[in-house]
Design a protein around this ligand. Structure first.
Ligand SMILES: [Zn+2]
Length: 310
């Protein structure tokens, strides 16, 4: 629990860097809309009341803003102290009465800078590429070293593909591509799919220098199969579509359409149907940029992955 006596409450004049909206009866999207890195990450909170548990998917950039009007508080303080209109005017986890399980979709800095606030909680991450997440590798893997910022120190439990969080029907899937440790999370009770940075609209999808387009395509294909199967299932006689929720930009949209359209764009890139729009050296390696004519999907990836110039 956060010590409440020491923290001023945010006001209308001094809001926090976070905004919460409700996605389902038990699920909230917290947008860190005004962070100092302009990453604007999406954080998701699922309340599992019967298990006295809050599942937090990613932890954002830490709550700091360069706007002096912003009331500088961390994600956990926001969850425990700030009254949320769409939650009957109460904090999402008032005074920290419920426990946390935090799932890190991947270790890039804009997803882990708030994780130290949850050091007393279970933190889950992918077991797929153990060396990528070693404390000695994390400054590079997270990009914190390149950004010149403190690398968070945290202990995570590395979980296998198709791991199920014991207290709820929430599944973790290994979906490498953006990074080797990328995961997706599927909440079958709510038919909500969380894909981290694997795919979103309106901003560049990134295959990082440690990532792989081949693995990305395989991961997206697995997610399409999962969503196809889940979309056939009825709940109380009603068929509901799975919705997709990404680490940036895209939330609450039909998952199947977004995944298929994103995959089709990536295939167009590989098949050289999309022109290169720009080249730039990113973290010491030549990257190329692509963008659909209407701008829905765009991509940045190492040139060697698409041009075979390794
Ligand atoms: Zn990322």
């Amino acid at each position: 629990m956060i010590e409440t006596g020491l923290v001023r409450k945010p006001t209308e004049k001094h809001p926090t860097a976070f905004q919460a909206t409700q996605l389902t009866p038990t699920t909230f999207l917290i947008k860190e809309y005004d962070d100092i890195y302009s990453e604007h990450p999406f954080i998701y909170v699922k309340i599992v009341a019967q298990a006295n548990l809050v599942v937090v998917i990613d932890t954002g950039c830490g709550g700091a803003s360069s706007n002096s009007n912003i009331h500088d508080i961390g994600l956990r303080e926001f969850i425990e102290m700030v009254d949320i209109d769409v939650n009957d005017g109460k904090p999402l986890n008032r005074e920290g009465k419920m426990n946390y399980t935090v799932v890190i979709t991947h270790c890039h800095y804009d997803h882990i800078l708030g994780v130290e606030q949850f050091s007393d909680s279970t933190i889950l991450a992918s077991s797929r590429d153990f060396p990528f997440l070693l404390p000695s590798a994390l400054p590079d893997s997270s990009l914190c070293k390149g950004m010149g910022i403190h690398t968070p120190s945290y202990i995570s439990t590395l979980v296998p593909h198709l791991y199920s969080i014991p207290e709820c029907a929430v599944l973790i899937l290994h979906t490498p591509g953006h990074t080797p440790d990328e995961v997706a999370i599927y909440d079958s009770a709510e038919k909500m799919l969380y894909v981290g940075d694997s795919v979103y609209e309106d901003e560049d999808i990134i295959i990082s220098n440690q990532g792989s387009i081949t693995e990305w395509l395989a991961s997206i294909t697995v997610l399409i199969s999962l969503v196809n199967a889940e979309n056939q299932k009825q709940d109380s006689g009603v068929i509901r579509e799975v919705l997709i929720n990404a680490g940036h930009c895209t939330a609450g949209k039909p998952a199947l359409e977004v995944l298929k359209a994103g995959k089709a764009f990536m295939l167009d890139v590989i098949n050289r149907k999309e022109p290169i729009r720009k080249r730039a050296v990113i973290w010491g390696e030549e990257n190329v940029y692509y963008r659909q004519e209407r701008g829905r999907f765009s991509l940045r990836c190492p040139a060697r992955l698409v041009l075979g110039t390794a």
